[in-house]
Ligand binder design. Structure first.
Ligand code: NI
Ligand code: MN
Length: 227
């Protein structure tokens, strides 16, 4: 079994069937949705969708503490290297790579970019999502994104999808439900909502909008989902 542990906002740990721990969008210290800190988290790999603080702020501390390999866009991984992270694997959108645990592809995301902590401003970078395939399972973390036609490229290729529903900074429930229609995952888990008042959403409203298009699993921060 694979296990997804949700830490609130976009942060989660995906443990693959072989026990590899992938931490996606680490955001703990300033994350109102969790009491966890980087000291509580184990990681073999850290995947970062983009450089905004609410996805990236604990990446470098977690990588330094655990020795985990950081996976993300080339510029973001290079920035981590400049800050003393020893292991990184830079990629770019549309590219995939076979890691020991499985295959990771960076997918398009439409969102703005800056890198928290980059005082030089030279690492401004595009944003990505992650399609992760391991042991015959297909997992998709959309990162921060608007509703984009590119979702159609994922049609029928995703078993479990994590989609932002918070609105304001990303898709809201209505657009996320349209994304579900395009992607047609078996299971969809809403993320990136209720962290702050500006992205307050009722996940049951999202469930109603999705209807029979996919199974909606609402996973609360601190809870997990096995598949
Ligand atoms: Ni963002
Ligand atoms: Mn965000």
């Amino acid at each position: 079994m694979a296990k997804l542990s949700y830490h609130g906002h976009s942060a989660c740990t995906l443990e693959t069937d072989d026990g590899t721990k992938l931490v996606i969008d680490p955001f703990f210290a300033d994350n109102p949705a969790t009491e966890l800190t980087v000291d509580d988290i184990e990681a073999d790999y850290i995947l970062v969708s983009h450089g905004h603080f609410d996805h990236f702020s604990d990446c470098i501390p977690l990588a330094k503490r655990t020795g985990a390999t950081v996976i993300g866009t080339f510029e973001l991984v290079s920035f981590c290297g400049e800050k003393g992270v020893e292991s990184g694997h830079g990629m770019n959108i549309g590219g995939a790579h076979d890691f020991p645990f499985g295959r990771v592809k960076l997918t398009p995301a439409l969102h703005t970019g800056s890198v928290a902590g980059d005082d030089s401003g030279t690492h401004t970078t595009d944003c990505a999502g992650f399609l992760i395939e391991f042991g015959g399972k297909r997992f998709y973390h959309a990162g921060d994104t608007a509703l984009i036609m590119d979702f159609q490229l994922l049609k029928g290729r995703v078993d479990v999808a994590l989609l932002p529903i918070g609105d304001n900074f990303t898709m809201g429930p209505e657009d996320a439900a349209r994304a579900v229609e395009m992607i047609q995952p078996k299971v969809v888990i809403p993320i990136h909502y209720n962290t702050w008042p500006v992205i307050a959403q009722d996940p049951e409203e999202f469930r109603r909008k999705v209807g029979s298009a996919a199974e909606v699993r609402v996973v609360e921060p601190g809870d997990s989902y096995e598949f």
